[in-house]
Design a protein around this ligand. Structure first.
Ligand code: ADP
Ligand code: MG
Length: 512
């Protein structure tokens, strides 16, 4: 693509209408869908819950630098191994928890679950990680010529979503590139776009299957199964269903279990192994042994409404089921850990990263390149420096302040940081990290959301999935693979990028 040709191509009204209609139909026909919010389809007209609507999506795949795409994909297995290693280092995680726990009861409760299980002894050493490392493109203006590289926004170790819809979005854009874009007045000829393959559904399902097989046969003569732990009223259900169907197609029984039903439908066998048994609510004579629990719930305080919710998490953690993730792996995904790993090596000491992987290797160098500046907000020298910046509106403009939370909507951006801090007890500031904002080069696109068109500048965020099965005790890695990608795009006026949260939309990469 040359820069003289505008991208995406300008559309006439008739062309836009045709493209939108094609996307609406393709999306429903192929499951690029979500359950509607009541603001889109009111409950009164959807009382039977049969409605599904198009997931928000771009009309065109956004241009994305090929070298950045390759960079992100090529380091995923190194990231998988790194986070497996972090999750095995209990002393390190204890220190991380200690640093953020003042003002963060959620993290405290998670840690307590781990301590309780540790006291009686874990009975499952295998762990499954379905990870997603999120990046934005950063343009290094100091280099000549300017260098484009991906910088990590965050690393997700729990409920990494959109792997189901992402394969579908790539499919949609490939279909449009073949059938619709060549017919435009400002045509994109067939084959003119470089649209990479995206096997996120297969990749993530393969991770679940690897864990399922590693669990082995039931010693107490039950059929084994996989549980998808879900939130009640989940609207992003088809994203999960695509993974579920893929796993089920390998003749593995998969059940969806709402987080709130853990204690009523599962129980632990009184054996040294503590097998987790699942009694099918629709037919209680059917009892399965749970080999793998894939958590698409339990990542934030919202799911823990009372003490019994924490009891439920503890119940899962102490069982023999392979957890995706364990409490320790969930804690490895905190922003605090990311900040500490990304902290440059002090002059005379080894880096924190070198605790987990050999530093000064090509792989370690590749990881270092993806780190951006992240600071603690504690009372260390670096923390006090960060506090100074965060408290001055002009300086704070270049930063985002993050608590130890997942799922979107929790961060404080730019000018809002100083006031937020002033309202927050100083003793709690250490539970946040301060991160430099990444400002990717401007891109244009058109978004279809709830039947409405939004056009203009957009910001793209690449997610690379990884699947990993490892032994917490021995460190042996049984399975480690890169598992496809996600491109999420949001209007350039929006700070947050979450698709489910209503900020972003699904997209795919047109490599340039
Ligand atoms: P969460 O765990 O809630 O998803 P993230 O760290 O992913 O938190 O932040 C949410 C969104 O905020 C991201 O998807 C991205 O759009 C934006 N964001 C976060 N950190 C940065 C950053 N350093 N630079 C630019 N945008 C960021
Ligand atoms: Mg995120």
């Amino acid at each position: 693509m040359t820069s003289s040709v505008p991208y995406p191509p300008p559309l006439t009204t008739a062309e836009q209408e045709k493209l939108v209609q094609t996307i609406k139909d393709w999306s429903i026909a192929n499951g690029l869908t979500v359950r509607p919010a009541p603001t889109v389809i009111p409950d009164e007209v959807n009382s039977t819950g049969i409605a599904a609507v198009n997931a928000p999506v771009t009309l065109f795949p956004s241009p994305f630098p090929k070298q950045c795409f390759v960079q992100g994909k090529s380091i995923q297995t190194a990231y998988n191994a790194l986070y497996a290693a972090v999750s095995r280092d209990e002393a390190f995680l204890a220190q991380m928890v200690k640093e953020v726990v003042d003002g963060d009861d959620f993290i405290r409760n998670l840690w307590d679950v781990h301590l309780k299980v540790k006291a009686e002894g874990y009975t499952q050493n295998l762990s499954l990680g379905l990870f997603r490392s999120d990046y934005m493109v950063h343009q290094d203006e100091n280099a000549q010529p300017p260098v484009l590289q991906v910088k990590q926004v965050e690393f997700n170790t729990i409920a990494s979503s959109f792997g189901g819809l992402s394969t579908k979005t790539s499919g949609l854009h490939k279909y449009l590139a073949q059938t619709e874009y060549p017919l435009l007045d400002k045509a994109l000829p067939g084959g003119s776009l470089d649209l990479p393959d995206n096997q996120s559904i297969h990749g993530l399902a393969k991770g679940i299957e690897a864990a399922f097989h590693a669990y082995g046969k039931s010693e107490i003569n039950h059929p084994t199964c996989v549980i998808f732990l879900t939130q009640v009223g989940e609207r992003n259900v088809f994203d999960q269903r695509h993974l579920e169907y893929q796993v089920a197609s390998s003749a593995i029984p998969v059940f969806r279990l709402p987080f709130s039903d853990i204690l009523t439908t599962t129980f632990i066998k009184e054996t040294p192994k503590r097998q987790l048994l699942y009694r099918l609510p629709s037919n209680p004579s059917k009892v399965f042994e749970v080999a793998v629990i894939y958590m698409r719930a339990g990542y934030g305080p919202g799911d823990y409404t009372d003490a019994s919710s924490w009891q439920a998490r503890y119940h899962l953690e102490r069982s023999a089921a392979i957890k995706c993730p364990t409490v320790l792996t969930q804690l490895a995904g905190t922003k605090k850990v990311q900040q500490v790993l990304a902290t440059p090596r002090p002059a005379s000491e080894p880096s924190m990263l070198s605790k987990f992987i050999q530093d000064d290797t090509d792989q370690a160098k590749a990881l270092w390149k993806t780190f951006t500046n992240i600071y603690p907000m504690d009372t260390s020298e670096a923390g006090l420096e960060a506090r100074k910046k965060a408290l001055v509106p002009e300086a704070a403009k270049a930063y985002v302040l993050k608590p130890q939370r997942e799922g979107g909507g929790n961060n404080i951006y730019r000018g809002a940081i100083p006031e937020f801090l002033r309202k927050t007890p100083e003793s709690h500031w250490g539970s946040y990290i301060l991160m430099e904002l990444i400002t990717p080069p401007p891109v244009e696109n058109v978004i279809l959301r709830n039947g409405q068109i939004e056009q203009g500048g957009v910001i793209c965020e690449l997610g690379v999935y990884g699947a990993c099965v490892w032994d917490q005790q021995s460190g042996q890695v049984h399975y480690n693979d890169e598992a496809g990608y996600l491109l999420r795009t949001k209007g350039d006026k929006s700070e947050e990028g979450g698709v489910a949260a209503g900020y972003g939309c699904m997209d795919s990469c047109s490599l340039v």
